[in-house]
Design a protein around this ligand. Structure first.
Ligand code: SDX
Length: 434
């Protein structure tokens, strides 16, 4: 079948260029513009990459209009219901669901990489106790490469895989140590007999003075939340990991760059911003309409955090699952739980916004961050750790996308161009002449 194409005509010169139309397995086709500059001398212009595919990928697909999300073709709803986070890690990394034997082997490898070199504890002690845990996480993950000098050949697929395993396995320890350090508590060490999410709760909350009992409901809820956050196509932090990795930087440095990008309140930092917003709303005594009107006011920087999405112009499928999970957890907690009040405010805010033309016209719906904080609070995880939780879960997505890029023959160093709007050529004027 002949290649599909589009023809672009330069109306100022009449010159035409035929550009190939690339067909995906599902989703929009893409115009291959790689020869555009050579043939027509023009760049494409797309700040924020609203309509630009930066790469081809087989990992995650989302349909923003339908509110659909799939990891390697499996709908997120089915994975959240039937899978585990470690199984989803295998799926994202290797492309298919594992057999029982493959899963057991993979789980054993991950379990045995959870320890950190004891000198890593020294990194934490260099930070103030009140340092934001995302600051310690960026620092510690970036520094981890210092411990694997002999294993950082990014052109060796075996060493790439081992780095991916190390990052997935060590993130719970790194994240929990950030929390323990901020609380002035001794670090806990991983326990191989515990499952991934159970071990994280143990790393976070076990006290040396007594045996720690993992709450199975909280461990299951955490596992589901991490499945929902594991990957999400070419979002800002994943694109950052790909761009950093495209220069052949080591995977620890690339993931540290991704953590830094995720930190922003427009991205992964939104889950922390949502709870701070709900608490401000609760304290203000103002009616919710006051806050919704502020969110609509162009002269007011206030936005409804946890609302809106670059791709989803329908309900974020992850938000639906998280809202249901929040309900189940809160129903189990004693009445008068302070988090119930925050959840009720969030639910009411959602109802008001979704019936308001401003939000409907702009297809603004709750996203993954709108309800997740209520669950984290119910687990005893403080607000400052919310984005760390996002980074913990998203690490598998980052390393899976990095591995895919490093084995992609089409991959090359990312180097966008620009629309230059600065001064044209001019000569230097000596100081005494200005
Ligand atoms: C994540 O990309 C991913 O996949 C990210 C993520 C992942 O899993 O990796 O899904 C995780 O980052 C979710 C998003 C978390 N961020 C927030 O909740 C912060 C609040 N949301 C907004 O900042 C915003 O919606 C973004 C950043 C999420 C999306 O911004 P866009 O796509 O650039 O859209 P925009 O800012 O151009 O907004 C379009 C319009 C504007 O109004 P007009 O200029 O058309 O009049 O919608 C308005 C915006 O002012 N708008 C909002 C709003 N979000 C957008 N108005 C009020 N409240 C909001 N939250």
């Amino acid at each position: 079948m002949s290649k599909e194409s589009v023809t672009l005509t330069d109306n100022s010169t009449g010159k035409q260029v035929e550009l190939d139309l690339l067909s995906p397995t599902v989703g929009p086709k893409a115009i291959d513009v790689r020869k555009l500059y050579k043939e027509l001398g023009y760049f494409t212009y797309d700040p924020g990459y609203m309509a630009t595919a930066s790469c081809s990928s087989a990992i995650t697909y989302l349909d923003g209009d339908k509110g659909e999300l799939m990891y390697r073709g499996y709908p997120i709803e089915q994975l959240a219901e039937h899978s585990t986070f470690v199984e989803v890690c295998y799926l994202l990394l290797y492309g298919n669901l594992p057999t029982a034997e493959e899963l057991m082997k993979f789980e054993s490898i991950i379990t045995r990489h959870t320890m950190l070199h004891d000198q890593v504890q020294g990194f934490y002690r260099g930070f103030r106790r009140d340092a934001h845990p995302m600051a310690t996480m960026v620092g510690v993950v970036g520094a981890l490469s210092a411990f694997y000098h002999d294993d950082l050949n990014i052109h060796d697929p075996i060493q790439r895989e081992r780095s991916a395993h190390r990052l997935i396995a060590k993130m719970p320890t790194i994240a929990a140590w950030s929390y323990r350090y901020s609380m002035g508590l001794p670090f806990n060490y991983p326990k191989n007999r515990l499952k991934y999410s159970e071990d994280f709760l143990h790393l976070m909350f076990a006290m040396p003075t007594e045996e720690y009992e993992v709450d199975p409901l909280m461990a299951k809820a955490l596992d589901v939340i991490m499945i929902l956050h594991a990957d999400h196509e070419q979002n800002a932090s994943t694109s950052t990991v790909r761009l950093a990795g495209s220069s052949e930087a080591n995977p620890f440095a690339a993931v540290a760059a991704g953590i830094a990008s995720l930190w922003g309140p427009a991205h992964g930092g939104a889950n922390e911003a949502v709870i701070n917003m709900l608490r401000d709303i609760e304290k203000s005594g103002q009616p919710l309409s006051y806050w919704v009107n502020r969110a609509k006011d162009k002269d007011d920087r206030f936005r409804l955090m946890g609302f809106g999405h670059r791709v989803y112009k329908n309900y974020d499928p992850r938000a639906k699952i998280i809202r249901k999970l929040a309900n189940e957890i809160l129903d189990r907690l004693p009445p008068g739980n302070p988090n119930q009040k925050l959840f009720d405010i969030a639910r009411e805010l959602e109802q008001i916004a979704l019936s308001d033309p401003y939000f409907k016209e702009r297809s603004l719906y709750p996203n993954v961050d709108f309800y997740s904080g209520v669950i984290f609070l119910s687990m005893g995880i403080p607000v400052s750790m919310f984005t760390v939780m996002f980074a913990l879960a998203r690490t598998v997505g980052w390393v899976s996308q990095w591995c895919e890029m490093m084995s992609d023959d089409e991959a090359r160093i990312g180097r966008p161009r620009q629309l230059y709007m600065g001064a044209t050529r001019r000569d230097y004027v000596m100081l005494d002449k200005r």
